[in-house]
Design a protein around this ligand. Structure first.
Ligand code: NAP
Length: 463
């Protein structure tokens, strides 16, 4: 058998999940001259780029320019894309292991975390993940409907996803119609009656997870005021202790940005974002749909381990709302045949090597990178060093592959398999045709693109 990684027996890697972590890993694998690598990048959707297409807000087009780098990776010899192929359903772990030396999973964290309060599942209460997927034209979420006829909406959580959701709800149509927001979402938002948006943080402004540009953006939305409660910005000793202990300037700056809103009071614009801190929803109120929230006032405490936590004071109030978004973080989901840790929502791993939970030892040939490896945190670029770290281990493990006597998969094996299953896989040139049509459609209306949201429509243009 030829040495794995030689020209006659290139290292064959399947990457499952074509978001940033998948592309950064593919780049790292393909850019080196040694070992020789062939990468097949799979996605269950016909479209690549994961959250860059389906998660990044439509009014943040600059962030999406990272796609140019991924296109360069896709142009490298040895790269192939297999879109519209669902791992675990249409192709099994065993089948993949028969066709590749190593498998790398970069499937992200698609599910939402639950708040765990009564009424959470009432009509009109949605995870932010669903709303984000919907306005971004993600095929899984395009069928949802959102009733924006009420005036009051609350968003639970102080992360950047909450900021995205709030901006999309607060912005004027003239701003949104310049973006690649899904057409149906634009139509629904045109009829929106939303006037009051409550942004609810369980801890204080000093602990908020949003970053400076994101909160600053909320201070200058056309037709909308960001209203703060001055009392939330008077930092007590515990809050000062917190700020004294963080090196990151982000937290202090967040507080300064919010303090800058105090002199503006409630403002005079038609729409308001009310930033409310130190408050936890304890119940979603309503008989058959959301009518309100019961909120408990919190204080910040430092626990025995030194962690700064929100502690309920027992003091409650009711807030009337007609719509609720829960934006308290994402969660990974299990992959068929791989171990999964329900508590963390991750595939158990040591720096990217998938671990057998029984023995605690690495399972040969299986790896993870990105959010399914480390959890849903960081920005897009955080996935680059993360993916490089995993690829380094994949290279270190090459020696063990040479010991797999007689295992020399060929590049056609996967195609034979997919064709035998009658699967219409989407290649990178196929995707480029879909991409070109979307961009062309956008030109007539001055938009970056008009997205296809239905898989059938994407496949139809390829026939
Ligand atoms: P996140 O940054 O982890 O924020 C989650 C928020 O939910 C925190 O404010 C957290 O408060 C709160 N929370 C958690 N459990 C809660 C509960 N039971 N009740 C009330 N609040 C609760 O998550 P994310 O917003 O989903 O973002 C995920 C990652 O994507 C982040 O790294 C984010 O920066 C990134 N992202 C970046 C951008 C951008 O760069 N523009 C855009 C979108 C997303 P505590 O702090 O008290 O836990």
């Amino acid at each position: 058998m030829d040495k794995v990684g030689s020209a006659s027996n290139p290292l064959r890697v399947a990457i499952v999940g074509s978001g940033p972590a998948g592309f950064y890993a593919a780049e790292e694998l393909l850019k080196a001259e040694e070992p020789q690598v062939a990468v097949d990048l799979f996605d269950r959707l016909p479209t690549p780029y994961g959250l860059v297409r389906g998660g990044v807000a439509p009014d943040h087009q600059k962030i999406k320019s990272v796609i140019k780098l991924y296109e360069r990776t896709a142009a490298r010899p040895g790269f192939r894309f297999f879109g519209n192929v669902q791992f675990g359903k249409e192709i099994s772990l065993e089948e993949m292991l028969g066709a590749y030396h190593q498998l790398l999973f970069t499937t992200g964290a698609e599910h939402d975390r639950r708040v765990g309060i009564p009424g959470e599942d009432l009509a009109g209460s949605f995870p932010a993940t669903v709303f984000v997927g919907w306005y971004n034209g993600h095929p899984d979420y395009r069928h949802y409907t959102f009733d924006l006829s009420g005036e009051k909406v609350a968003v639970i959580g102080n992360g950047n996803v909450a900021m995205d959701v709030i901006r999309i709800l607060a912005k004027t149509i003239s701003e949104l119609e310049k973006t690649d927001i899904a057409d149906y979402a634009l139509e629904t938002l045109k009829r929106s009656n939303i006037r009051e948006i409550y942004m609810l943080g369980r801890r204080g402004p000093a602990q908020a997870a949003f970053t400076n540009p994101e909160i600053r953006e909320l201070t200058s939305i056309e037709g909308c005021d960001l209203v703060v409660n001055p009392a939330d910005l008077e930092l007590d000793e515990v809050n000062q202790d917190f700020l004294a202990g963080v090196k990151e300037p982000t937290y202090k700056r967040n507080v300064e940005i919010l303090k800058g809103q105090i002199p503006k009071g409630v403002g005079s614009q038609p729409r308001k974002i009310h930033a409310r801190f130190f408050t936890s929803p304890v119940e979603v109120l309503g008989s058959d749909r959301v009518e309100g929230l019961r909120l408990e006032k919190n204080r910040l405490v430092k626990d025995e381990k030194g962690a700064f936590r929100a502690q309920g004071t027992g003091e409650t109030e009711e807030l009337a709302i007609q719509l609720l978004f829960r934006s308290i973080g994402y969660k990974g989901h299990p992959l068929a045949g791989l171990p999964f840790d329900e508590w963390s929502g991750l595939v158990p791993n040591a720096q990217g090597r998938v671990l057998d939970p029984e023995s605690g030892r690495p399972i040969p040939r299986l790896y993870v990178a990105g959010w399914i490896k480390r959890g849903p945190n960081g920005v897009i670029g955080t996935n680059k060093p993360d993916a490089i770290g995993t690829v380094k281990l994949m290279r270190e493990d090459l020696g063990a592959l040479d010991a797999m006597e007689g295992f020399q998969p060929d590049g056609e094996a996967i195609i034979r398999l997919l064709e035998a299953k009658n699967l219409r896989y989407v290649t990178f040139p196929d995707w480029q045709r879909i991409d070109a049509i979307e961009v062309e459609k956008g030109k007539t209306s001055g938009r970056p693109r008009v997205k296809f949201a239905a898989i059938e429509e994407m496949l139809a243009v390829l026939e």
